[in-house]
Structure formats: C-alpha cells, structure tokens
Design a protein around this ligand. Structure first.
Ligand code: ZN
Ligand code: FE
Length: 242
C-alpha cells in the first residue's frame, strides 16, 4: 500500500486526514479546520507537510487551513476551482478528471456536488483511499445544502463505481446516528445490522468508526442503495426530519 491515511479528530466530530506516500514520505493533510491538533499530529509524524487538500468551503473543513500553511511554509493548497472564490488562496485549483501528486502517488479528483456546489473528493487508487468530505459518510450522506437530490445521486454513483476495498475517509464521526436512521428505513438489512454492531463496539472502545470500507457502504448505506434520484430525495427528506 503506497498511501496510508490516519484520522485526526478535530472540533466536535470532524476528522482531518493525514496522508502519507510511504515510498517518499510525502505528506498531506485533508480539511485542516483546527490548527493545534493537526500541527501536533504532523509533528508527531515527522514534521513534514507537502500539501493541504480541501474538499469544500465549509468552516468545519477549512477554518485553520491558512494557520497550518503558515506553520509549514512551501506546502501546496489544493481545492476546487469552482469554489476558489470562497476557499483559502489555492496553489492548485482542480476539477473532475484532474490529478494531484503526493510523492509517487496520484489522486484523481472527482466532482461530487450535492452537499455544496463545488464539493470535490480525492481518490488514491494506490490505497485505495477515498477522501469523501461531506459527500459520503459511513451509513449516510451530506445534507443537500446547495445541491439537488439528482446531483447527489450522480455524485454517489461515481463513488459507488470505485473498488469495494476502498477505505472511505469522510469528514465526520456520524456513524452511530446514521445507523439509527438507516435501521429505521431498512431494518432487515444484514450488512447494515452487522455494520451497526461493529460501529457500536468501536465507539464503546473509544475508537473511530472511520475509515469504513466502500463495499460495506454499498450494501448497508441507504443513500447508496437508493435506486434513483427520487428515491434518494425521499430517504434524504426522512433523514432530515428524523
Ligand atoms: Zn460540510
Ligand atoms: Fe462538515
């Protein structure tokens, strides 16, 4: 495995992700919204930072990106071209189909509108690791703040095409609450029941439930199981009122 991902818990229930290309030691941080714990994690990992990757413009993902950049001069800020006007100053503005290099590893940029208009995800085939921001959560998906159910359906469809063994590194520890809702709409789903039990054990042991495995999400996540945009809109509406 050439790229590894380590979660850094920040704020109330967010995760930033420390990525490392094991061949070269190149290091990136994803969504560094809180400076102190992130700087500490980078220093504990050797004090090298090559790149900051941003998934979307919300404060709980970008707030301290400039603080982290100032501490590690020369690191490169990468984010969505479509949202460049509301992100910290970007050194590389990217869109669907672009690639981002971390040492010897390459990430593919995937446009995933729905939660926000300019949301992007990063996929490292050499993990495989998906940085899913607030698009895909374990057993959930982001609220439709700026986008439509049709956009979210198309975005999730792109993610579902990735390999089952992909590690889903999302932006929040929402799994247990998502599981409660998911079981209310799909109570007999064996994969969902198993994932719920696993998440409960992980939390009881004080461990993160993230990353999850994309194959499990395809079988258990009610938003990935929605068969069309109308079905997704219905599930999303129920979750918003749950
Ligand atoms: Zn968000
Ligand atoms: Fe968020």
């Amino acid at each position: 495995m050439a790229v590894t991902a380590q979660s850094v818990p920040i704020l109330k229930d967010n995760y930033a992700w420390l990525l490392r290309d094991t061949e070269t030691g190149a290091t990136a941080i994803v969504d560094p919204a809180e400076g102190a714990p992130i700087i500490a994690a980078i220093e504990a990992a050797g004090g090298r930072l090559d790149m900051i990757l941003l998934t979307h413009h919300h404060g709980d993902h970008i707030a301290d990106a400039d603080v982290v950049r100032a501490r590690f001069p020369g690191c490169k800020m990468v984010g969505a071209a479509a949202d460049a006007h509301r992100l910290p100053a970007l050194d590389q503005a990217v869109r669907e189909g672009d690639t981002v290099r971390l040492g010897n590893a390459t990430a593919q940029v995937i446009d995933t509108p729905g939660h926000t208009r300019g949301q992007i995800n990063y996929f490292f085939p050499d993990g495989p690791i998906l940085l899913s921001g607030d698009t895909l959560f374990s057993l959930g998906c982001g609220r439709l703040i700026e986008g439509t159910a049709g956009e979210m359906f198309a975005s999730l469809g792109k993610l579902a095409a990735l390999p089952d063994d992909t590690l889903v590194c999302c932006g929040h520890e929402y799994t247990e609450a998502n599981a409660k809702f998911a079981l209310s709409v799909d109570p007999a789903n064996a994969a969902l029941i198993a994932r719920t039990a696993e998440a409960r054990e992980q939390r009881a042991a004080g461990k993160p439930t993230i990353p999850s495995r994309l194959g499990d999400e395809k079988r258990a996540n009610p938003f990935l199981l929605a068969k069309d945009a109308t079905a997704l809109a219905e599930v999303r509406g129920k979750k918003d009122r749950f």
